[in-house]
Unconditional design. Structure first.
Length: 206
């Protein structure tokens, strides 16, 4: 449910999580020789280039949403499978890095006696959105990144059948997973484990 008292912190944190995720896809695909993201204006940190209005509202209101997917052309990659794996993993990887960065800054502020205030509330939501967005996207259901990562480990025929069969019902499956609470059962333990790791590493540094 939408909580207007935290919207001031949640909105920018959400925009950053979505933008970083899609920019990472675009940046890695571009580095592998694919000009498509740049030609379509997606090789940017401008949130407006990546924003899907309906998907963002759904994410804020219901906890289930999406950004505008970055279009890529794997034909430009020297190694198709390796390229697709790198591009698909880039989004969740960037979100996990942002989550760690938020924890690191909060820990640093705490060591200086600044463990409260508006900045920490923003960092808290930045941490949460990024870690949940990362692990949610790793669920191997089309069109999420997890399905593309899984496909790179399957033979071409199996990957094609999987994408086509599961892809037909992917959106419905995701709705069931989210509203049945299964997503919380899957993501919750993973997010908690990663956050503990982030705090442990940050504690060593500060």
């Amino acid at each position: 449910m939408l909580d207007f008292s935290t919207l001031l912190f949640r909105a920018p944190a959400l925009l950053i999580a979505l933008t970083i995720h899609e920019y990472a896809h675009a940046c890695v695909s571009d580095s592998l020789g694919d000009p498509t993201p740049e030609l379509q204006g997606r090789l940017t940190l401008n949130p407006l280039a990546h924003l899907d209005i309906v998907g963002t509202l759904m994410l804020v209101l219901c906890g289930f949403g999406w950004a505008k997917p970055v279009e890529i052309d794997p034909r430009y990659y020297t190694d198709y499978r390796s390229g697709c794996l790198k591009v698909s993993a880039a989004g969740p990887g960037a979100n996990l890095f942002m989550c760690f960065l938020a924890v690191l800054i909060m820990t640093a502020r705490g060591s200086m006696g600044m463990s409260s205030g508006f900045v920490n509330q923003f960092l808290y939501w930045l941490m949460l959105y990024n870690v949940w967005f990362a692990f949610f996207n790793l669920i191997p259901i089309p069109p999420l990144d997890g399905s593309r990562i899984l496909s790179t480990f399957l033979d071409y025929e199996t990957a094609y059948k999987y994408e086509n069969f599961v892809g037909r019902y992917g959106f419905l499956v995701l709705i069931v997973i989210v509203y049945s609470g299964i997503s919380n059962m899957i993501i919750g333990p993973l997010a908690s484990w990663f956050l503990r790791l982030c705090y442990a590493v940050s504690g060593i540094i500060f």
